[in-house]
Design a binder for this molecule. Structure first.
Ligand code: CU
Length: 138
C-alpha cells in the first residue's frame, strides 16, 4: 500500500478536505502516474473534474505486458471481446510492455464513472481495472 501512495503523484491540485472534489484533478490539464504491479492498478481510483484532460504516465513494473484502456462501456466491451494484442498510442489506449513506461491522454468530457482497464486475456477478470470518478467543476 505504501508503494501505491508513493507512486500516485497527482499534479493539478490536491486537497484534503471532506469535499471529495477538493482532491480532484483539473479542470484543465493534469498528469497522473499509474503503476501496474502484480496485475493491479495503483492507484485503482482517481477523481477528476469534468473538462479535464489527463495525461497518464504508466509504469509497468511487472515482468509481463499490460495495457491501459480508458473509455466508456462500449470501448471496454470491444477490447474485452476483441483480440488486439498491441495498441498504438491513441487517446486513452496504450500498450505498456513489461518493465517499461508509456503515456496516453484522455479528455474527461462529462461527469460520471469512467473505467480504466487492461484487456489482455484474463487480466480484466483477475481485477486489472480501476475507476475515474468525473465530478462537476467545484
Ligand atoms: Cu494486464
Amino acid at each position: 500500500m505504501a508503494v501505491a501512495v508513493a507512486v500516485a503523484v497527482v499534479v493539478g491540485g490536491v486537497g484534503g478536505g471532506d469535499d471529495p472534489s477538493e482532491g480532484a484533478l483539473g479542470p484543465g490539464t493534469g498528469t497522473v502516474e499509474l503503476e501496474f504491479h502484480h496485475s493491479r492498478f495503483l492507484p485503482a481510483r482517481l477523481e477528476g473534474v469534468e473538462g479535464t484532460t489527463v495525461r497518464f504516465v504508466v509504469h509497468n513494473t511487472d515482468p509481463i505486458d499490460h495495457e491501459l484502456i480508458v473509455g466508456d462501456a462500449a470501448v471496454h466491451r470491444r477490447h474485452e471481446l476483441g483480440s488486439e494484442p498491441y495498441h498504438p498510442p491513441k487517446p486513452g489506449e496504450v500498450s505498456v510492455a513489461a518493465g517499461t513506461t508509456a503515456e496516453t491522454s484522455y479528455h474527461f468530457r462529462e461527469r460520471g464513472t469512467v473505467v480504466m482497464a487492461c484487456h489482455l486475456p484474463g487480466h480484466f477478470a483477475f481485477g486489472m481495472r480501476g475507476e475515474i470518478e468525473v465530478v462537476p467543476v467545484p
